[in-house]
Write a protein that binds this ligand. Structure first.
Ligand code: G3P
Length: 216
């Protein structure tokens, strides 16, 4: 499983990119709005930091509007992926964009049958939101497992981006389930680095070293 970062904050993206484990970025309208910056300006800056798929989301409710927005988004940079909501209009847009060779990421996926339809419409990626399912007492990881299974059975190449990740255990479960990618908030990436035994072990190494070599 590969890692994308799920944020529109360029400082977070820069910090994560320096550590080398992210190979793409996902944004959504809420994440862009949180930054209070112009959409194109933020996206352009992100493309300069990460050389990999960068998802920018359309906001039009209709297929024609989504397609027009998609054409603008892909002009920003060659790595742009157009994020489209899982609606009838969204699938119409995905179908048209895939014929044009434009990469799409179908978002707000909450069932395996939605994922299957999106894949058959030509989506490059599907984004099942597991955290939001867990929030309503539904098993988010089971959704990832189902999508992996049905894509494997049918030989579907659409990649699964596990989204709405809330904590490191989600990452472990998604990796075990066979998700292609997890898109992870910066905070969770940092939580994955931390372990109290690493911290105390490092403190012990430092203390032993100082006692042996710096106390004479
Ligand atoms: O980017 C889409 C998704 O990851 C949103 O996550 O935490 O708002 O449910 P969340």
């Amino acid at each position: 499983m590969r890692f994308f970062i799920d944020t529109a904050n360029v400082d977070e993206i820069r910090k994560a990119a320096k550590m080398g484990f992210i190979c793409g970025v996902t944004t959504n309208p809420s994440l862009i709005a949180k930054e209070g910056r112009d959409f194109k300006e933020v996206i352009k800056e992100i493309t300069q930091i990460v050389d990999g798929p960068i998802s920018g989301e359309v906001i039009s409710p209709d297929a024609a509007g989504m397609i027009a927005e998609a054409h603008d988004i892909v002009k920003i940079h060659k790595n742009m992926v157009v994020k489209v909501p899982m609606t009838a209009a969204g699938l119409e847009a995905v179908h048209e964009l895939s014929k044009e060779g434009i990469k799409t990421n179908v978002t707000l996926v909450f069932s395996a049958t939605q994922a299957l339809l999106a894949a058959r419409s030509g989506a490059t990626y599907v984004s099942p939101f597991l955290g939001r399912l867990d929030d309503i007492s539904t098993d988010g990881i089971a959704l990832i497992e189902d999508i992996v299974q049905i894509f494997d059975i049918a030989g579907i190449e659409t990649q699964i981006i596990a989204a709405s990740i809330r904590h490191p255990m989600h990452i472990l479960e998604c990796a075990k389930a066979g998700a292609d990618i997890a898109t992870v908030p910066f905070k969770v990436l940092m939580q994955m680095i931390d372990n109290p035994l690493t911290k105390s072990g490092l403190e012990r190494f430092q203390k032993d070293w100082d006692n042996a070599f710096h106390n004479s």
